[in-house]
Ligand binder design. Structure first.
Ligand code: GTP
Ligand code: MG
Ligand code: ZN
Length: 347
C-alpha cells in the first residue's frame, strides 16, 4: 500500500487498525465516491475503480465517503470499515430506516443563500444534524453579490451557534473559494448540504475545476430545480475532498434529541430549573423558560423553534409504531368497506 496517497484521501490509524493481518495480504482499501445500482465507484491506489457488492451487503448500506476493503482479483467489496462519523437522516416515510447520506466527514458545509431561501429554523436543523453526528458545521452564505442585505443574513446566521463559522461569498468566483482552505486541507472531507439552487454544485465546480451540471433558480420564488440527483465525492484543488449532494427538501432528524439539546443548551438548562419536572413551559407557575423570555434573556423566536424541533424529533423517532398502527387501522377500514360492498353486490 502506498501510504501517502491513502492519507491524502483521508486514511488514518482509525481505519488501518481495523485491518486484520490476513486482510492486509488479501484486500486493498478504497474510498467510495459514488453509489450506483449494483456497483460503486471508488478511489484506490490503482485509480478510479468500480466495485461490485458481495451478497451480504446492499447498496443502501454503503455511503459516499465510506472506506471499504476490496478483493482486487474480482473487483468486489469485501467489507465496509467502521466509520469515523456518519451523516444520516430520517426518511419521511413510516417504517423507513434512517437514510445514509455520507460517511467519514470532518465538516458539514451548510449552504444557504442571501435571499428568500434563507431560514434560521432550517439552518438549526442542519446544525442539529451536524452535532448529533459529531461533524463540525460551517455555514456558507452564497449569493452575497445579489443582496443589499448581506450584513443582516450574516448576523442572523452568526447568532445561531457559537461554534459555527459563517462565510459570505459569490460561489461563482473561484478566487473567493480559497476562504474554504482551512476546511479542505489534504486528508479532510466535507459535504455540501442545503436546499436546491443555493449553489452547492457551483461551489464544487469552482473548487475542482469540474463541470457538473448547474441550473438557474426560478425567478418568482427563488426555488431551485433539483439539478443534482446523486451524491458524489471529488478532490478539490485545495487538497481536501468534497461531497456534492442533491438539494434537500426536508431535513429529517434521527435520534437527534441530543443534538437539539446542544443547539439550544441554554433553553435546556433553563427547563431543568422549572418548578415542575413535567413543565410544558407555557403558563405553569415557576417556569424558568417563560421567566427568561419575559426578562429578555432568551427570545421568543428561539423558544418557538426549539419547541418545533422537539416536536418534529418526537414525530420522527417515536411514532413509527403509531404510524404503523394508523396504517393498519386504515387498511381494516377499507377492507371493511370492501366487504360491505361485496355483500351488497351478492344480494
Ligand atoms: N449570483 C450568484 N449566483 C449563484 C451563486 N451561487 C450559485 N449561483 C447560481 O445559482 C444557480 C443554482 O446553482 P447550483 O450550483 O446549480 O445549485 P445547487 O445547490 O447545486 O442545486 P441542486 O443541485 O438543485 O441542489 C446557478 O444558476 C448558479 O450560477 C452566487 O453566489 N451568486
Ligand atoms: Mg447541484
Ligand atoms: Zn417551564
Amino acid at each position: 500500500m502506498e501510504k501517502a496517497f491513502l492519507v491524502d484521501l483521508g486514511w488514518s490509524p482509525h481505519f488501518e487498525n481495523q485491518m486484520a493481518q490476513n486482510e492486509l495480504a488479501e484486500y486493498l482499501p478504497a474510498r467510495v465516491s459514488e453509489i450506483h445500482y449494483d456497483q460503486v465507484s471508488a478511489y484506490a491506489e490503482a485509480g478510479n475503480i468500480r466495485l461490485t457488492f458481495p451478497a451480504n451487503i446492499r447498496a443502501g448500506e454503503v455511503g459516499v465517503g465510506d472506506w471499504v476493503l476490496f478483493d482486487p482479483e474480482v473487483s468486489r467489496i469485501y467489507r465496509v470499515l467502521e466509520r469515523r462519523s456518519v451523516l444520516q437522516r430520517q426518511a419521511n416515510l413510516p417504517n423507513a430506516k434512517p437514510q445514509l447520506m455520507a460517511a467519514n466527514l470532518d465538516t458539514l458545509m451548510i449552504v444557504t443563500s442571501c435571499n428568500d431561501e434563507f431560514n434560521s429554523a432550517r439552518v438549526e436543523r442542519y446544525l442539529s444534524l451536524a452535532q448529533t453526528s459529531a461533524i463540525m458545521p460551517l455555514l456558507i452564505l452564497t449569493k452575497g453579490d445579489l443582496s443589499d442585505n448581506v450584513e443582516y443574513y450574516k448576523k442572523q446566521a452568526e447568532g445561531l451557534s457559537p461554534i459555527m463559522s459563517v462565510l459570505v461569498l459569490d460561489a461563482r468566483e473561484a478566487e473567493q473559494l480559497d476562504q474554504l482552505a482551512p476546511w479542505l486541507s489534504k486528508g479532510e472531507t466535507a459535504a455540501l448540504v442545503g436546499s436546491s439552487g443555493v449553489g452547492k454544485t457551483t461551489l464544487l465546480n469552482g473548487l475542482t475545476g469540474g463541470n457538473e451540471a448547474t441550473q438557474t433558480i426560478r425567478g418568482d420564488d427563488a426555488k431551485g430545480r433539483h439539478t443534482t440527483t446523486a451524491r458524489s465525492l471529488h478532490q478539490t484543488h485545495l487538497g481536501g475532498w468534497l461531497i456534492d449532494m442533491p438539494g434537500i427538501r426536508s431535513v429529517g432528524l434521527t435520534e437527534s434529541a441530543e443534538g437539539i439539546s446542544q443547539v439550544f443548551s441554554e433553553i435546556v438548562e433553563l427547563a431543568a430549573q422549572c418548578k415542575f419536572s413535567n413543565c410544558a413551559h407555557k403558563s405553569e407557575p415557576g417556569c424558568a423558560v417563560q421567566g427568561a423570555i419575559e426578562k429578555g434573556d432568551i427570545n421568543q423566536g428561539e423558544f418557538e423553534r426549539w419547541e418545533k424541533l422537539r416536536r418534529e424529533d418526537q414525530y420522527n423517532s417515536e411514532t413509527i409504531a403509531d404510524k404503523r398502527a394508523r396504517y393498519r387501522s386504515l387498511g381494516r377500514a377499507s377492507a371493511a368497506a370492501a366487504n360491505v360492498k361485496s355483500k351488497k353486490s351478492r344480494r
